[in-house]
Design a protein around this ligand. Structure first.
Ligand SMILES: [Zn+2]
Length: 476
């Protein structure tokens, strides 16, 4: 077989990191740019992001939020206003010091996140209880000067949405924080077929300036965790620093209670590492830019291409369908669309046309089925649903297989070595224990899950009374 159309991918068991790099580039998701740590998102990668973005944007609007756009630059003095926030972000911000050849009177930060801009704006537009709640969201790029970078997972610049809201009461802000965490979980589970663990971050891992941070955590094929989205409850911390007050119904000045929540292009990294295999990407049908790719067989024979195009036209009412009628060999096309993770390949040739049938090949299991033409639409829709469900169940089973329990620190270490994944262990709530676990195992606390289990009475690290069960894992 001619090697030219076979795109080799490193086996994931051999070298997972190299497998990842091979897949993101060979599936045409990204290209490297001349700026270290910055990626070019290619049309196929962007189409995937567009699908995810559209689904999320619809849900953000359905829950009552409005989209806005804030400036890219933040004056240094504005970033300085909230002490914890600036300390958290200062090490990784990019500075603008000159405009043209002139040095600026005040340095500007390229936004690493936009809390302070929203706060400044909210101070100007919120005066009365009638102005609340304010439910704003923006789709934008942000910049964080990361030392080590990998496409999608950690890049100097990435795309995201950031929601910023202001409420009259603490309860309202808390409800909002959890509501949006649930929206994120629904995108991951229903669209991306990625099961998530919902929980709260520890004090150490929470967002700089937040009262509480909530997270959804997912488990990758290699047993490492990935924080898939976060939602923060700010309390009145930012409002006090920025003076965001409203007059309540009794005529008293009150500080607003705020939240923020974000979801980024990082999720594409999760999608790749949860579902991918040695042939490349596997994209769940609901997220796939193209759900079905038609590959004509013996397309030089009379009638084949006409038939294939007619098929594409009729199917386009039911599924997102593409056709590759290029003069590349069918074998090259098979490899290409397996690499790109397109959920179903549809093959049709002269014999199939004669027999009034087509061949469907599903990407997740590589199974082939012959389907009579008159049942094609129904079967395709069923098959896409089946693939979506199968990918979710497979990922869930993988997570369950890779979730262990540890009662002592040596056990925790042992589990991480022999079966990398989530480790459930009890914790006393002390920072010292959390730091010790990280130092000795490199695992971090992923979250204090909402679904608690009393697996022991004592802290896995110090042996003192435990307060909560925590999910620990090595993470991206
Ligand atoms: Zn402890």
């Amino acid at each position: 077989m001619a090697k030219e159309f076979v795109k080799d991918v490193t086996s994931m068991d051999e070298d997972f990191a190299q497998w990842y790099t091979d897949v993101v580039t060979k599936a045409d998701l990204v290209d490297y740019s001349s700026v270290r740590g910055s990626m070019i998102i290619r049309p196929y990668g962007y189409a995937l992001w567009d699908n995810i973005k559209n689904e999320l944007d619809r849900r953000i609007k359905e829950t009552g939020h409005e989209n806005v756009y804030m400036p890219l630059f933040i004056p240094e003095s504005l970033l300085q206003k909230e002490k914890d926030h600036v300390e958290g972000f200062a090490p990784e911000v990019a500075w603008v010091t000159h405009g043209g050849s002139e040095e600026l009177a005040e340095r500007l930060v390229v936004r690493p996140t936009s809390e302070v801009l929203f706060c400044e704006h909210y101070k100007n537009i919120i005066h009365s209880y009638r102005d609340l709640p304010k439910l704003y969201n923006q789709w934008a790029n942000v910049v964080r000067w990361e030392k080590t970078t990998r496409p999608f997972l950690r890049t100097l610049e990435f795309l995201w949405q950031e929601g910023h809201t202001a409420h009259a009461t603490d309860e309202d802000a808390q409800e909002e924080t959890i509501k949006m965490l649930n929206v994120y979980a629904s995108i991951c589970e229903e669209i991306l077929a990625i099961p998530v663990v919902k929980g709260q971050k520890t004090e150490k891992e929470k967002f700089a300036g937040a009262k509480a941070t909530y997270t959804i955590e997912s488990l990758m094929h290699d047993g490492k965790a990935l924080q898939s989205a976060t939602s923060h409850h700010f309390g009145t911390g930012f409002a006090e620093a920025f003076g965001i007050q409203y007059l309540d119904k009794e005529g008293k000045q009150q500080y607003v209670h705020q939240t923020s929540w974000g979801f980024t292009t990082r999720i594409i990294g999760a999608l790749i590492m949860v579902h991918g295999d040695d042939r490349g990407l596997v994209i769940p049908p609901k997220a796939a830019p193209t759900q079905v790719m038609i590959v004509p067989i013996a397309q030089h024979k009379e009638g084949v291409l006409d038939f294939a195009y007619e098929l594409k036209n009729s199917l386009s009412n039911v599924v997102r369908v593409g056709i590759d009628a290029s003069d590349k060999k069918p074998g090259w096309k098979f490899n290409e669309y397996e690499m790109k993770g397109i959920p179903v390949r549809l093959e049709v040739g002269p014999k199939d046309i004669e027999n009034k049938q087509v061949v469907l090949v599903r990407r997740d299991t590589l199974e082939k089925v012959i389907v009579p033409m008159d049942q094609l639409e129904t079967k395709l829709v069923e098959l896409l649903d089946e693939i979506q469900a199968n990918l979710y169940n497979k990922a869930l089973k993988h997570r369950e297989d890779r979730t262990s329990v540890a009662l002592t620190l040596p056990e925790l270490k042992e589990e991480l070595e022999t079966k990398p994944g989530f480790i459930k262990a009890m914790w006393c709530g002390e920072l010292a224990c959390e730091e010790k676990i990280k130092e000795e195992t490199t695992a971090t606390s992923r979250c204090i899950p909402f679904e608690q289990e009393q697996i022991a009475d004592k802290c896995v690290c110090c042996g003192n009374d435990a307060k909560q069960m925590v999910y620990w894992a090595k993470a991206y």
